[in-house]
Design a protein. Sequence first.
Length: 169
Amino acid sequence: MTTDRSSEWFPYRSTGSSRRAYVGLGANLGERRDTIGRAVELLGQAPEIAVVAVSTLRETAPVGLEDQPTFMNGACAVETTLPPRTLLDELLAIEARLGRTRSEVRWGPRIIDLDLLLYDQFVVDEPGLVIPHPRLHERVFALEPLLDIDPNLSLPDGHSVKNLLVAIK
């Protein structure tokens, strides 16, 4: 397990080697499947990012604020040479390009939601960026798509996605 508390830390700069990252995909407004597909397409067009796998998309109930439309969720795996903060910035830019506006309502409806779930086996804890995603271990809608992509995937702490999913189902 590697820990980073600063995006300026050496392993994220000029290594030339790519890292595997996993991005959560979600939407509950508009043409959800099309919007998620467009988000994956834009992610794959971004410099220094290659989409290498996409999970099955699934209908899921809202979490937190329950009085809103049903979500469609999935995940994708990417190979990237970008550091985690820069990758997150790219995800936020794609969200904005697809029409997402940040509201005051936490866990409210959204046209697109892209979450950086995992970045290789790194642990990052800095303002605005926590990896692994802080609620990943409690969210079936995020764990199931990760299991679709890689049945042997584990978090940096050694917990397997499969076992985490069994524990919360």
